[in-house]
Design a protein around this ligand. Structure first.
Ligand SMILES: Nc1ncnc2c1ncn2[C@@H]1O[C@H](COP(=O)(O)OP(=O)(O)OP(=O)(O)O)[C@@H](O)[C@H]1O
Ligand SMILES: [Mg+2]
Length: 418
């Protein structure tokens, strides 16, 4: 049975977003979502995607959740929670499960192969967040997408393992659990964003998604419908704002406002004599600034962000694997001129990814269709997919519980120390 409600908490560097949706069916009878409520608050206590101040983050999450609950008219009891930041590390690993040739490949074989892949030795203070199957090998046959039920004697999985430091994970868990909300699963933010903004064709062909947020830029490479590579870069929209603040000798808030209202990544598109106004604290009247100068500042940092992305992709040696190019998302991707700049720097197709109307979600507001909400909306879709998996490929443990819905990722508030 699918659950009635799916909820998401996206703890970003600039905003915290809580969403609640009801599980329904679309006209074809497929599982779908209907938005019930949303809450967004400015973020505090987070730096570069990591919790720096537990009480502050807890309070901010509380505000976003309350707003969502009020609109939904019901309580949030559990949620999918996004995780990111420079503490995230990834590696590849393989796992094998012998198959009983009379029964064929069972869900237990798949689970066993994944568990074997997961059994890598990790440095102390590191925990596994995801074990994602990149590729299934059935006997010697490579690239099998759904091995369930196939006859074989051996099943092998190439898995992508995502880990984080136990401290960062526990701190974030505490901020959510202390509101009486269980954590269905921690989901790596770029994986969630990928759910919301990529098409199945892009994920099949090979695509890079870059979620350029406030404090970080999350990169993920998808291919053959699977995740191949992920990286988190310590750079985002706050750096663009900070550069403007330094360049104009203006406070951060003024620079942010100027960036949002007049920012453009291509100074040549801005008339040389165009002036813009802003009130700077301490000044009696408004000051004027050259809009082209602001654009020149943004261009320099924008190019640096593009080059960092390119470098990371080339480092991973997967650059040849992405014919579908790059999909930019996250709040900062809305800066005018980003697509053109990225096309020039990457020499690849580039588009902006919106968590838009193509998704199986009814009642998604215009605000939530902005690229800033790719992760938040993607977390709901991740939850929905867990339900779909449970329906289509039920895998049961000896105790009769569905493994997919009761995986190692679940954090229960009852486990929180008093
Ligand atoms: N229209 C816009 N033009 C330019 N920048 C924008 C626009 N809207 C939002 N931003 C920038 O996007 C950033 C916030 O993006 P987003 O909401 O995706 O970040 P976040 O999820 O809070 O942070 P992170 O994912 O990095 O932890 C801010 O730096 C903000 O200035
Ligand atoms: Mg984000």
């Amino acid at each position: 049975m699918p659950r009635e409600i799916i909820a998401a908490i996206d703890v970003g560097t600039t905003k915290i977003c809580a969403l609640m949706a009801a599980v329904t069916h679309d006209s074809l009878g497929n599982l779908a979502l209907e938005m019930l409520g949303s809450g967004v608050t400015p973020s505090r206590g987070i730096r570069r995607g990591v919790v720096m101040d537990v009480p502050e983050v807890t309070a901010a999450i509380g505000e976003a959740v309350e707003e969502a609950e009020r609109e939904a008219g019901r309580q949030m009891t559990s949620a999918y929670v996004g995780i990111a930041g420079s503490h995230i590390a990834t590696m590849n690993s393989t796992g094998i499960s012998p198959v009983d040739s009379r029964r064929g490949i069972t869900g237990e074989n798949m689970q066993q192969a994944l568990e074997a892949a997961r059994a890598v030795s990790l440095p102390e203070n590191r925990e596994v967040i995801h074990v994602i199957a990149r590729n299934w090998k059935v006997d010697d046959q490579d690239g099998v997408q759904q091995p369930l039920g196939m006859s074989a004697i051996r099943l092998e999985v190439d898995a992508h393992i995502v880990t984080g430091t136990a401290t960062a994970i526990n701190n974030l868990a505490q901020c959510v659990l202390s509101h009486g909300i269980d954590i269905d699963e921690f989901v790596l933010e770029p994986l969630a964003s990928g759910e919301a903004v990529l098409t199945p064709e892009e994920k099949q062909m090979g695509v890079i998604m870059a979620d350029i947020g406030g404090g970080t830029t999350d990169l993920a490479l998808f291919r053959n419908h699977g995740l191949w590579h992920t990286t988190v870069l310590d750079v985002g929209g706050n750096h663009l704002t900070r550069d403007v603040a330094v360049g104009l000798r203006a406070p951060f808030e003024v620079a942010e406002d100027l960036k949002l209202r007049y920012g453009h990544l291509n100074p040549e598109r801005i008339a040389a004599d165009e002036q813009v106004w802003a009130k700077v604290f301490g000044d009696r009247s408004e000051r004027t600034f050259s809009r082209r100068f602001i654009s020149q500042i943004l261009e320099a940092r924008g190019e640096e962000i593009c080059d960092l992305i390119k470098e990371k992709v080339e480092e991973s040696s997967y650059a040849q694997m992405v014919p579908a190019g790059v999909v930019l998302t996250g709040g900062s991707s809305q800066l005018p001129g980003f697509v053109e700049m990225a096309r020039r720097r990457f020499n690849m197709p580039v588009r902006i990814g919106h968590p838009g109307q193509h998704l199986p979600i009814q009642g998604l507001s215009r605000e939530l269709q902005k690229p800033s909400f790719a992760t938040s909306v993607g977390l709901l879709l991740w939850g929905l997919r867990e339900d779909q998996r449970a329906l289509h490929a039920p895998v049961y443990t000896e105790s009769g519980e569905s493994v997919w819905l009761n995986r190692m990722g679940r954090w229960l508030r009852g486990l929180l120390p008093d």
